[in-house]
Design a protein around this ligand. Structure first.
Ligand code: PEP
Ligand code: MN
Length: 383
């Protein structure tokens, strides 16, 4: 059960103390407080754990300072979408809104290599009005002798360039809590010219100790990739790990499943799960067409598979697209073969916009159909 307090109720106020005393007085119930600090208001939620079945929802809702009470099912207690759950589906970070009804594009380098490439990428993003990018500094690789990413060394100049080109959010994979500390330090040193979204890669989806460490901080939002060989339920539980440690700013990313059944694509595209995740949870959903397809193969009309699957995800309501680009893919140190070219960025953005428009039309169509269905019933019950 979640007790949502009115936004003006602060810790230590008489109403707050009265609510907490009331809840603590109930047998076999423990409370856990979560505070979401926003730009204009602070929201407080009190999670009740234990024997909540006997609690009277209406009684708690009648206490001064309580906005609403939500009964939660066992599944995905925090990230889940529960009955009567009108809570928001997203968050704002560094001026950018992320939720289940909008769309953000993160085009960028799979791995940071040279300053020149990073600068060309960011300059092109700025020319096309983009505020977000992807930049891998820590690269967990299958082969121990493969390039592992420039790590902390590249962070100061990557962040400075992001500031120079107006990039608000960079998504960047972390594989260890020291990476998170290095990112925080570099941002502090260069005066926070940009924001960072911590990415947990598919190889670490069930690295529970990493999930706990990343979930324990609230400074950075988190992009969690679905594990490439586990069920959707297992990956959603990984997201719940993050949330249970306190960070509720989570985006869930589909990136394809590892199975030969997807051949010749690098992974079997699983974007049909976008609406499933939106139905089960309140997390915005990201798709990664680059790592799903893994090549620049195209159809007989010259349309790239990467663009086709990106459109598929957006058409069913994806909220974020992660896409590999590179100014000179033949020189890329990681995943060059799947990278789109900088000159393809405006084409890619327009293609995505077409799919998004189609999704919005589909959504309006569904809404007006539902409205029509409701119409006669209303008349009946009103009669
Ligand atoms: C990436 O996005 O750079 C990446 C390595 O993705 P994944 O963890 O999905 O393989
Ligand atoms: Mn990659």
């Amino acid at each position: 059960m979640i007790v949502i307090l009115q936004s003006n109720i602060v810790q230590g106020s008489p109403e707050y103390r009265q609510i907490v005393d009331f809840l603590n007085g109930k047998p076999n119930i423990t409370t856990r407080v979560h505070r979401e600090v926003g730009a204009s208001q602070t929201l407080t939620e009190i999670y009740l754990i234990g024997d909540t079945l006997g609690l009277d929802k209406t009684e708690i809702e009648s206490l001064a300072g309580v906005e609403r009470v939500v009964r939660i099912s066992e599944e995905y207690r925090i990230i889940g979408r529960h009955r009567d759950d009108g809570r928001s589906t997203g968050f704002e970070y560094n001026g950018v809104r992320f939720d289940q009804s909008n769309l953000n594009i993160f085009a960028g380098l799979c791995a940071v290599d040279t300053r020149e490439h990073v600068e060309k990428m960011m300059q092109t993003l700025k020319e096309h009005g983009q505020l977000c990018t992807r930049m891998g500094a820590y690269k967990p690789r299958t082969n121990p002798y493969a390039f592992q990413g420039y790590g902390a060394k590249c962070l100061p100049w990557v962040f400075e360039l992001a500031g120079k080109y107006g990039i608000k959010v960079i998504t960047m994979e972390v594989a260890h809590d020291s990476h998170m500390d290095e990112i925080r330090q570099a941002l502090d040193q260069c005066g926070h010219p940009t924001g960072v979204m911590l990415q947990i890669g598919t190889r670490n989806t069930q690295n529970f100790e990493l999930l706990k460490m990343v979930g324990r901080q609230q400074e950075f939002p988190i992009l969690l990739k679905r594990g490439f060989g586990i069920t959707l339920e297992e990956s959603l539980n990984a997201a719940e790990y993050l949330a249970s440690e306190g960070n509720h700013k989570i985006i869930f990313a589909l990136r394809g499943m590892k199975t030969n059944l997807g051949d010749p694509h690098r992974n079997l595209v699983d974007f049909a799960h976008v609406p499933v995740i939106k139905r089960l949870t309140r997390m915005p959903v990201c798709i990664d067409p680059s790592h799903s397809v893994g090549s620049r193969e195209q159809d007989p009309d010259g349309m790239l598979d990467v663009l086709h699957v990106a459109a598929q995800g957006v058409l069913v309501g994806a909220n974020m697209v992660l896409a590999d680009f590179h100014p000179a893919p033949q020189k890329a140190l990681v995943d060059g073969p799947q990278a789109l070219l900088l000159e393809e960025l405006p084409y890619f953005l327009e293609d995505i916009a077409i799919a998004r428009e189609a999704y919005e039309k589909r959504r309006s169509l569904a809404q007006s159909f539902a409205q029509q269905q409701l119409g006669p019933q209303r008349t009946l019950s009103g009669a």
